[in-house]
Design a protein around this ligand. Structure first.
Ligand code: NCD
Length: 309
C-alpha cells in the first residue's frame, strides 16, 4: 500500500516511472482537489514554484502556476529563456542549480529529450517534466486519464484511438506508458511517416493490446475515446515532410456522424485543422473540460511532491 508520503520529494520525469497503484493514487488526489480549486486553500502557503519554459506553452505553464496559487503558494519563472542567463550561454544544469536556491519545486519544459532528467539530477528540489522535446509530457498523460475517468467512469475495458502525430507527439508517448497499466485496446492512427516511435512501442509491448492503422473510419463506431493530436510542425527536420502530412486528418461533425453517441473526443491542444470547431458544440467535445482537469491534476502533484497532502 502506498500513501502520500511516497511522493514527497519525488521527480516526475517519465510516465514509465509510475505504476498503476501510484497513478490511481494521483488521480484520486486530483479528484479531491476539485473543491479546493473552487474555494482556494492555504495548503502550500510559503512554498514557491519555479516554471522554466524554454518552449512555448499556454495551458501547461498557466495551469501549473494557477494550481500553485490556488493552494496558497507562490510562483516565479520565465517563459522566454532569452530574458534569463540562458541567453548568455549558461548551461541547463547551472541554471537549475541556481533556481534550486529560490524555489521548492521546479517545472521545466525544454526542446531536448533528456533535459528534464538532467534537471532532476542537478536539482535538490523535485523537478516536474512539462514536456521534454518530442519524448514525453507525463503530467498531460495524468490529466488525460483524469478526463477519461470523469467522462467514462473507468479506464479498464475502453477502446481508445490515438490519432495524428504519433512520432513527434510527446503527449502520445506519455499516454501510452500510462495506459500500459490498464486493460485497454488502443488504435494507433497515423500517416505511415508518423507511426509511433519504436522505443515507445517497445516499452509498452506485451502490456497494451494495440493495432496500428492509417484509417480511422472503420474504427469509429466501436470507439469509446478518440484522442486527436496536432501534427508537430516544429519537430520536422524537413519542412517539406510536414507539408505532405499536415492535412492528413480532419475530425469534424460530418466524420463523427457514424460514431457512438457517447464517444469522447479529446485533444491536448493547441489544435490546428485536425479538429474542426464544428465539433465544439457536440456532446463529444471533451477537450475544453480536459484543460480543467489539468488544474486538478497539477494541484495534486504539487501538493504530493511538496509533502503537503
Ligand atoms: C502539447 C505539448 O506541448 O506537447 N500541448 C500541451 O501541453 N497541452 C501538445 C501540442 O503542442 O501539440
Amino acid at each position: 500500500m502506498i500513501d502520500a508520503s511516497s511522493f514527497k520529494g519525488r521527480d516526475i520525469v517519465s510516465m514509465s516511472d509510475f505504476d498503476r497503484e501510484e497513478i490511481d493514487f494521483i488521480l484520486d488526489k486530483a479528484t479531491e482537489m476539485e473543491p479546493l480549486a473552487e474555494r482556494g486553500s492555504d495548503r502550500l502557503r510559503g512554498r514557491i514554484l519555479a516554471t522554466l519554459f524554454f518552449e512555448p506553452s499556454t495551458r501547461t505553464r498557466l495551469s501549473f502556476e494557477s494550481a500553485m496559487l490556488r493552494l496558497g503558494g507562490g510562483a516565479i519563472g520565465f517563459a522566454e529563456p532569452q530574458v534569463s542567463s540562458v541567453a548568455k550561454g549558461e548551461s541547463l544544469s547551472d541554471t537549475i542549480k541556481t533556481v534550486d536556491n529560490y524555489a521548492d519545486v521546479i517545472v521545466i519544459r525544454h526542446p531536448e529529450e533528456g533535459a528534464a532528467r538532467i534537471a532532476a539530477e542537478a536539482a535538490s528540489v523535485p523537478v516536474i517534466n512539462a514536456g521534454s522535446g518530442s519524448l514525453e509530457h507525463p503530467t498531460q498523460a495524468l490529466l488525460d486519464l483524469h478526463t477519461i475517468l470523469a467522462s467514462k467512469g473507468r479506464i479498464d475495458g475502453l477502446r481508445i484511438a490515438v490519432l495524428g502525430d504519433l512520432l513527434y507527439g510527446r503527449t502520445v508517448h506519455s499516454l501510452m506508458y500510462a495506459l500500459a497499466n490498464y486493460r485497454v485496446k488502443v488504435y494507433l492512427v497515423s500517416p505511415r511517416q508518423l507511426r509511433i516511435r519504436r522505443d515507445v512501442l517497445k516499452g509498452v509491448e506485451g502490456k497494451i493490446d494495440y493495432v496500428e492503422t492509417e484509417d480511422p473510419g472503420p474504427l469509429l463506431k466501436d470507439l469509446d475515446v478518440l484522442y486527436v493530436t496536432r501534427i508537430q510542425k516544429e519537430r520536422f527536420p524537413d519542412p517539406a515532410d510536414y507539408e505532405r502530412v499536415k492535412g492528413a486528418y480532419t475530425i469534424d461533425k460530418a466524420f463523427l456522424k457514424g460514431a457512438d453517441k457517447d464517444l469522447v473526443v479529446m485533444h491536448p491542444l493547441p489544435r490546428m485543422t485536425e479538429l474542426s470547431t464544428d465539433v465544439d458544440d457536440t456532446p463529444h467535445a471533451w477537450y475544453f473540460k480536459q484543460m480543467r482537469h489539468g488544474l486538478y491534476v497539477r494541484m495534486a502533484l504539487l501538493a504530493l511532491v511538496l509533502g503537503r497532502l
